[in-house]
Design a protein around this ligand. Structure first.
Ligand SMILES: Nc1ncnc2c1ncn2[C@@H]1O[C@H](COP(=O)(O)OP(=O)(O)O)[C@@H](O)[C@H]1O
Ligand SMILES: [Mg+2]
Length: 220
């Protein structure tokens, strides 16, 4: 098992009253498993992904990824977890506009201080993403689908065992979405990557190994 969520609770504040969102979420992901996270807008999918990514803290409960209790990581350990153990992609690509595709993909490997291995992997990932010949393009010179492919390559540059994706095809037209999702499935299969992907796209969810549906604060 690569990731396990146990009894996770999270509420936000709404004025003075707490707004409970996650009410005891349990979820487990095996190595290489691609799981769709579904449920209506506002149900807490992004909240759950952020907690697994260590971007926010739960009220209670556990998130264990690659043997580490993510909810207890701090400082350098948390940075290292986010840099090496998991990758994340969003609906929007968040590429840095003043850097090329290749440079954007390389940034996490510079943070990990593995620039040489990073350069080799970045070129491989960009080729796998069908972007050979576009390494030196700036984000503004790429199509929406290409930008998203670069963001996926960047998320995987340090070879994490877990990829989190928050509606990764939500901004794309149907054909582009299909090609981006087939890239994700191909990468996951070839690399034995576990993927947890929030999506509203029923076709995409059906192509995953399994669906975890969030309803009323729990996974059904
Ligand atoms: N930072 C925040 N502060 C207050 N409420 C929030 C915050 N983030 C999300 N929420 C609320 O939590 C609920 C779940 O949001 P979210 O996890 O984004 O759902 P989903 O991704 O499934 O659409 C929503 O009701 C949303 O308004
Ligand atoms: Mg969301």
């Amino acid at each position: 098992m690569i990731a396990q969520v146990i009894g996770l609770y999270k509420s936000y504040r709404s004025g003075n009253a707490p707004l409970p969102v996650l009410k005891g979420v349990d979820l487990a992901l095996d190595e290489g498993e691609v799981v769709a996270l579904t449920g209506p807008s506002g149900v807490g999918k992004s909240t759950l992904l952020h907690l697994i990514a260590g971007l926010d803290r739960p009220d209670s409960g556990s998130v264990i990824v690659a043997g580490q209790e993510v909810t207890k990581l701090k400082g350098g350990e948390l940075d290292r977890y986010r840099n090496r153990t998991m990758g994340i992609v969003y609906q929007f690509h968040f590429l840095l506009p003043e850097f090329t595709a290749l440079e954007n993909v390389l940034i996490p490997s510079l943070i990990a201080r593995t620039p040489e291995a990073g350069l080799k992997r970045a070129k491989e990932l960009l080729a796998e993403a069908g972007l050979e010949g576009r390494e030196h393009h700036y984000p503004s010179q790429l199509s929406g689908g290409e930008q998203q492919r670069v963001a996926i390559a960047r998320a995987l540059i340090n070879d994490p065992p877990l990829l989190l994706a928050d509606e990764p095809t939500g901004n794309l037209d149907e054909n582009t979405a299909a090609s981006v999702s087939s890239l994700l499935f191909g990468l996951a299969k070839r690399r034995g990557l576990a993927v947890l992907m929030a999506t509203h796209n029923t076709g995409l969810a059906a192509a995953c190994h399994r669906t975890a549906r969030l309803a009323e604060g729990q996974v059904r």
